[in-house]
Write a protein that binds this ligand. Sequence first.
Ligand SMILES: [Zn+2]
Length: 256
Amino acid sequence: MFGFRHHRMREERLAAGFLPEWRALLADRFGFYPMLSDDERGRLEGLALGLIADKHWEAANGFELRDEIMVMISAQAAMLILDLPADSYRNVHTILVHPTTYVLQGPHSQVAGLVSDEPMPILGLADFNGPVLLAWDTVLDDARHPGTGHNVVFHEFAHKIDMLDGTADGTPPLADRAQFDHWVAVCTKAYEQVVEGRGGRSLREYGGVNPGEFFAVATESFFDDSVLLRAEHPDLYGVLRDFYRQDPATRVKPGA
Ligand SMILES: [Zn+2]
């Protein structure tokens, strides 16, 4: 039954297309949306509609799932893959939205292999087989305020891109050996700087937890605070630009 209903809903959503009111919502609440070209906006809408129709969406704790929630999350996730293959989130199955930050109780691993009993506040989470978890209030706040270097949707969906090759090791699938060698050299150097507390303003300390977190934090900075990352870590900016095939710093107009 569920499969049939899901299939019908999917067909209906795709047939309805990207609704005009969703466009208005993005213009109002997604700070990067007005900076995109018409062509990019068109691709973003197509990718976001695909995520809305294809993924299994759930709201936690009696929270109600609204179109607004799916639109805001999908559009931000789509930013990352504007110039990547359209099925780059094929490993995302369920997106589970909490109303606000929630606290994970009981034993859990904070860093791979290290199990802790300390309550841990969660803004978002992505692992191999589980859902992508997001706190809605943080999603909205990050969308409204570009330029902070923080974006929980960019962060969690970057983890899923990293995991496309089967490992969350901070290296997504790359084109060839030369790109891989250059990636490893540049990222290792920047990662070590973060570990030593020399990441600058663009790479926050959390990126020093492990290479997987480094990639997620660097992706946040690359899209959300691109001009600063380019100034502080030009080599890292360059490998991310080559990987994502986007140059977000050129979208930011001086004085904006
Ligand atoms: Zn993370």
